[in-house]
Design a protein around this ligand. Structure first.
Ligand code: F6P
Length: 748
């Protein structure tokens, strides 16, 4: 039996007992009252009739008439007159036999004796008796003649009417108690039910986000949100696969339809004029764009970026927005225009001649110029202002990307103290000693600590950052939460290894692997039994392109069986060509290619094919799907998504990845042939092993790496970061409320 059923049963039993007790009390009391009332009435009647009875005492006919008159009352059964010796003097018909003059006389005398007046004159007497017909009241009164008792008059009243009255009173009582019970239980029940219905409706309305929150609902709402959040986060921690759909759901749950604002220097779609004056859309060669573009497709919102395309200004609206992706418009790019000087100082100068070599252990000397720093600061402020103009709440979630915007988090924080600012640093973070090279290291660190969450690809880079903060700033390190607390504000520092969408769009739309191979073979003029290695990079000195080509050279040197058969195609997107170091690299790669080709080329064979131009993703994926091996030889790389793209492209489970141990990807793609790109001998041997690897082993390795990528895809990356950010925001909101109420500053 349920608790409610038990309660109802107890209430019913209680009520029945109460009704029974009340009716017994009322019954006894009413009986007493009615008996006393009947008694008084009988006495009054007898006292009233006594003179007349005394007068007609000696006239038996008259006495009889008097008695009959007395007995004519509806409730009187009979009347009798008794002599002083209690013999019957006169009696009406119907007088009950049970009460003879003799018997009543004896009882009157006995009663008077008990009352202590045996020698005095007798007094009125009455008693209630039970006859087979019902209860009766027998009353007697002495009849006096000049003060002398000459006999007794007896009157017998029928009391059955009292029982009928009692029964009516009882029924009345039960009905009254019943009504009271219904009112006592029913009305509160109805009121509670009504209130509960109202409460449910209101709660539902509030949970759906409608209208103003009334005060009394706030505690329950925050409890419910916390509970929903806990349940949702349990689901979010579910190891099941992350998809664009799942990410969308997480965002809806945590951001309640607010738009996502991403800030990145590079835009995902660049509008360029072609040679014949038409406008074409380009996908830039950028790992950042590769990773984040699917996130924006899933979440919509705004991507704030530098408008760097020659036709970018022609394609925006009045507020510098353009809807993308072309043909599948789902989010906006907000373009920010930079002058030549700004680009020079902020992008080429401080970002790419200063921070880029500082953060990569690739032996390029960082250059820090005061003018570049001034431009970097000013441009960061411009972007921060644009971001603030794009948000639609006082506590938005903003995703700031990469080393171009180290100062932006603190700048946004100044305008939007309650914002949740997520920063992802796409390149490595140097150790604290190396960081010390930068004259503005403190400003950079303070700028980044304006963020709520700061993400790196690896724990090592998190540690390096924390060491730098320890070394150069006055802050508190919260080791338990991997956080830094500066001026009462906390920044979480976490590893979030970036990845690709899964499945990758370009693979879905690519021709079959055989078809890709056939096309590439045709384009490069390869023999049917040729073997193809590929490298895909921006032409950047951190990518180890020179080391890669040298390793190919050594492979051909040490393994003559591959001469004339193995070719290496290097897809090289020119990058940052205004910087001297990049121009040098271009030349060096070109000369190296010429030298190696000169050594090993024949009439119809080139060992190195240098494809130095921008390649759109469908073309890149064709090469991935055609190749026998892909060599990623970065000297230092945050993650390197080329390695992941190659694995994603191989739906046929063929091909081998040779991967530098200095990439973040090497921590996840452990079934690749991991090499030290500086070690040319072992790198070339790894390539030889790759070219000889059995199909079975290729399949096993590829399958295992693909399983990792499908699981740890970019939706998971974004989901984890956004969920952490949303949780942090909820904590900060609660802490803020507490602080408001108590007037104490909230330490978050
Ligand atoms: O690796 C750092 C990074 O910003 C990437 O995120 C991106 O792949 C690449 O550099 C792009 O460089 P840029 O925008 O200078 O061409």
């Amino acid at each position: 039996m349920t608790r409610v059923a038990r309660l109802i049963l107890a209430l019913i039993v209680g009520l029945a007992l109460l009704t029974w007790a009340a009716s017994s009390v009322v019954q006894t009391t009413a009986l007493e009252w009615f008996d006393r009332d009947a008694q008084s009435r009988a006495e009054l009647v007898l006292i009233g009739a006594r003179p007349a009875l005394a007068d007609s005492w000696d006239d038996s006919a008259s006495l009889n008439r008097q008695l009959v008159t007395l007995a004519s009352d509806q409730r009187v059964i009979g009347a009798a007159a008794c002599n002083a010796d209690f013999s019957t003097r006169s009696i009406t018909p119907g007088f009950p036999n049970e009460f003879s003059c003799m018997e009543v006389g004896a009882r009157v005398r006995a009663a008077n004796a008990t009352a202590g007046n045996a020698n005095e004159r007798m007094r009125e007497w009455s008693t209630v008796a039970l006859l087979p017909t019902g209860r009766v009241l027998v009353s007697a009164i002495p009849i006096l003649d000049q003060g002398q008792e000459i006999g007794l008059a007896i009157l017998v009243h029928d009391l059955t009417y009292i029982e009928q009255r009692e029964a009516r009173v009882q029924t009345f009582l039960i009905v009254v108690f019943g009504i009271l019970a219904v009112m006592a239980f029913g009305i509160p029940l109805l009121v509670t039910k009504g209130a509960r219905r109202e409460w449910n409706l209101e709660l539902r309305r509030l949970l759906r986000g409608g209208g103003k929150q009334s005060r009394e609902f706030q505690p329950i709402l925050s409890d419910m949100r916390e509970l929903i959040g806990r349940m949702a986060s349990e689901r979010e921690d579910d190891p099941g696969r992350w998809t664009a759909e799942r990410l969308k759901q997480v965002l809806n749950r945590h951001l309640h339809g607010e738009k996502v604002v991403i800030l990145a220097n590079r835009e995902p779609y660049i509008h360029q004029y072609t040679a014949n004056g038409e406008i074409e859309v380009q996908h830039p060669a950028s790992g950042l764009v590769t990773a984040l573009e699917p996130i924006m497709r899933a979440c919509s919102g705004v991507w704030v970026a530098h408008g760097s395309g020659t036709a970018d200004r022609e394609t925006v609206d009045r507020s510098d927005h353009v809807r993308v992706p072309p043909g599948e418009e789902s989010y906006y790019i907000r373009r920010v225009w930079l002058s030549e000087e700004e680009q020079q100082g902020y992008y080429y100068g401080f970002s790419n001649e200063g921070l880029w070599p500082l953060c990569h252990v690739a032996h390029a000397r960082p250059v820090f110029r005061a003018e570049d720093w001034r431009q970097y600061r000013a441009v960061n402020q411009r972007f921060a202002d644009v971001v603030c103009s794009e948000v639609d709440s006082r506590d938005p979630i903003i995703l700031v990307q990469d080393y171009h915007f180290a100062l932006v988090p603190a700048m946004i924080r100044k305008h939007l103290p309650a914002a949740t600012i997520l920063v992802f640093w796409h390149i490595p973070w140097p150790n604290d000693e190396r960081m010390g090279i930068c004259p503005w290291r403190n400003e950079l660190l303070e700028g980044l600590l304006g963020s709520s969450i700061l993400g790196f690809h690896t724990q090592l880079h998190c540690n390096n950052f924390l060491d730098s903060v320890d070394r150069y700033l006055e802050t508190r390190r919260d080791r338990e939460h991997n956080a830094v607390v500066m001026r009462g504000r906390r920044t979480l520092v976490r590893p979030y290894p970036i990845s690709l969408e899964w499945p990758v769009r370009w693979v879905e739309s690519a021709p079959s692997a055989e078809e890709c191979r056939a096309q590439v073979w045709r384009e490069l003029g390869l023999k049917p039994d040729a073997l193809l290695g590929i490298g895909v990079d921006r032409l950047d000195y951190t990518k180890g392109v020179e080391e890669r080509l040298l390793a190919v050279e050594l492979l051909l040197e040490r393994h003559p069986e591959f001469r004339g058969r193995f070719s290496f195609a290097q897809l090289a997107a020119p990058s940052r060509t205004k910087i001297e170091r990049y121009r040098q690299l271009n030349e060096a790669v070109e000369q190296l290619t010429e030298r190696i080709n000169y050594r090993f080329a024949s009439k119809d064979y080139n060992p190195i094919v240098l494809l130095r131009s921008h390649h759109e993703p469908p073309e890149v994926f064709r090469f991935y799907r055609a190749a026998d091996l892909c060599y990623v030889s970065s000297l230092h790389d945050g993650m390197n998504l080329v390695a992941k793209e190659f694995v994603a492209a191989r739906t046929d489970l063929k091909g081998v990845l040779v991967l530098s141990e200095f990439t973040g990807a090497a921590r996840e793609l452990t079934e690749a042939l991991i090499v030290n790109p500086y070690d040319l001998e072992s790198s070339s041997e790894a390539m030889a092993a790759a070219l000889r690897m059995s199909r079975d082993e290729q399949r096993d390795r590829m399958r295992s790496m693909r399983a990792v990528l499908s699981q740890f895809n970019v939706y998971r990356w974004a989901g984890k970061m956004l969920v952490d950010a949303a949780r942090l925001r909820d904590q900060e909101r609660v802490a803020g409320r507490l602080a408001e109420r108590s007037g104490i500053g909230a330490a978050v």
